[in-house]
Write a new protein. Structure first.
Length: 512
């Protein structure tokens, strides 16, 4: 191993040790399930905002999105536009209502528990179905994060992909296992700051080095400048309205992401929540714009070399290596920016592990199987679940050729279709009832599975045959099912309606 590689490795080791120390310190403050899953509802605005967005964006932001832009041009930015619009809507429309309603609904600690309490589901059907959907799709989502980590270590250090996969999974497992939600949010805050710094500095420095011949270098890679830089061109081909709508549809997923929604529940108060909204929206705007810039600048900077399709997701890694390790001879700084990619990966994987743990231990074990289980027993089950889910995700990510973008896309669509419509209806439509909720969750989740995984069209999936993103279809079908089944069945009880009205009142009993 070269001297530069050893220096970069030292930056990684220092960063990973810091995450583990945070997990150990957080463990001392974790004494109950509310502490483990919601941090005692005590998050401040900065931590809540950066934790929510860092856990959302994952390795997709620093690897998947720049890789797509690098390979096909700025037309791939429609996904980023959709995600930005979804983020704004989620913070401005969903966050405050959800926080209030989860408190009104018997202080619900998880999304499945909120749905159960919202619709007074005494048979716990909603709780069970929601938990199963979360575990299924979060397994795929967690696998995408672990695959990102494997590719990072493999590209930077030449480490065997499977060994790299194991190292990343082990570190994430340790601090999530120990400290729960508080550890996850604290590390996510640090990771969110590190991601933003890397996103801002690396492409600016790289562009400064090639600004005088940027266009020439870009076109030397075999692309037409006007097509490559056009929002309406996809790899040299014109975008169809279906393509644009499918990419914008990514924004619909936000209101159905349990690992993001749980941050809204955990904020200390509504004043902090308002602050979080501003911080989160600014962070997301800057991050998405600069992730797209990385793809474009990376294509020009790395010219005349062209990363193959399978390697395009490593464009940010290659950019950091050439700018800081080779050109500027600052390997430790480069190592810290590479840690930003690791931060993006870890900040998502830890949140997903925790949500899976809460679904299995609190929602299924405690609320369905063992109602009399003590807090300490539930905590033990949670930690065991974290281990089991991490191991299963490890094997799903085993294939080194697995696409980060594809794994994230499938998981995002499944969760967004199953939970997005019912969360919106639960908060804004008082007529929604239990039957509508069940129909919406089941139809949304099944639509994505059928659309993305079953080869029903001449040996191809419906997605492959149509190019329509499953979230767009799943969200629409789920929403229709909620409305139809709610109107066809008995209206909510007076008690449920009163709780709905109560959730709309502020501390002075005035509607907001």
């Amino acid at each position: 191993m070269s001297t530069d590689s050893i220096i970069v490795l030292s930056a990684f080791i220092a960063y990973l040790l810091l995450m583990i120390v945070i997990g150990i310190l957080s463990m001392k403050k974790t004494n109950s399930t509310e502490d483990y899953f919601l941090g005692g509802r005590g998050l401040n605005g900065w931590v809540a905002a950066l934790s929510a967005q860092a856990s959302d964006m994952s390795g997709w932001l620093l690897m998947g999105l720049p890789g797509s832009i690098y390979a096909f041009g700025t037309g791939q930015a429609w996904i980023a536009i959709g995600l930005f619009l979804g983020t704004v809507a989620n913070w401005l429309l969903i966050s405050k209502r959800l926080r209030r309603y989860t408190i009104v609904a018997n202080n619900s600690l998880t999304l499945p528990e909120f749905l159960e309490n919202r619709y007074h589901d005494e048979k716990r059907v909603l709780l069970f179905i929601s938990s199963v959907v979360i575990v299924i799709f979060f397994l795929v989502y967690t696998a995408s994060a672990l695959a990102s980590g494997g590719k990072l270590f493999h590209t930077v250090f030449g480490v065997n992909y499977h060994l790299a996969l194991g190292i990343g999974a082990a570190v994430i497992l340790v601090y999530t296992f120990l400290g729960g939600f508080l550890a996850v949010c604290t590390t996510d805050f640090i990771q969110g700051m590190l991601m933003l710094v890397g996103l801002l500095i690396v492409p600016i420095v790289a562009y400064g080095a090639i600004s005088s011949d940027f266009v020439e270098r870009l076109t030397s890679t075999g692309v037409e400048y006007s097509d490559y830089m056009s929002l309406f061109s996809n790899g040299g081909k014109p975008y169809s309205i279906v393509d644009i709508l499918s990419q914008l549809a990514w924004g619909l997923g936000y209101c159905g992401m349990p690992h993001i929604l749980v941050r809204f529940m955990a904020v200390k108060n509504e004043k902090e929540l308002k602050k979080s909204s501003v911080i989160a929206i600014v962070w997301v705007f800057l991050s998405l714009v600069m992730a797209c810039v990385i793809g474009v600048v990376g294509r020009a900077f790395l010219a005349p070399a062209i990363l193959e399709d399978g390697a395009s997701e490593s464009v940010f890694i290659s950019l950091i290596n050439q700018v800081f390790n080779e050109n500027l001879a600052l390997p430790f700084i480069g190592g810290l920016f590479l840690c930003g990619i690791l931060a993006a990966i870890m900040s998502t994987a830890d949140s997903q592990l925790l949500v899976c743990a809460s679904s299995v231990s609190k929602d299924i074990y405690k609320n369905v199987l063992k109602p009399k289980a003590s807090d300490q027993t539930v905590l033990k089950v949670s930690r065991i679940t974290v281990i089991v889910v991490a191991v299963l995700a490890f094997f799903i990510a085993w294939d080194p050729d697995s696409s980060i973008m594809a794994l994230v896309s499938d998981a995002w669509a499944g969760l967004g279709s199953a939970f997005g419509p019912i969360v919106v209806c639960s908060l804004f439509w008082r007529r929604t009832n239990f039957a509508g909720a069940v129909a919406g969750i089941v139809s949304g989740g099944l639509t994505v599975i059928v659309w993305d995984y079953l080869p029903l069209v001449n040996g191809a999936t419906i997605y492959e045959a149509t190019g329509i993103y499953s979230l767009l279809v799943g969200f629409a079908i789920s929403l229709v099912c909620i409305v139809v089944f709610s109107l066809m069945t008995e209206a909510p009880s007076q008690e449920i309606l009163e709780e709905f009205e109560k959730s709309l009142l502020d501390k002075n009993n005035e509607k907001y």
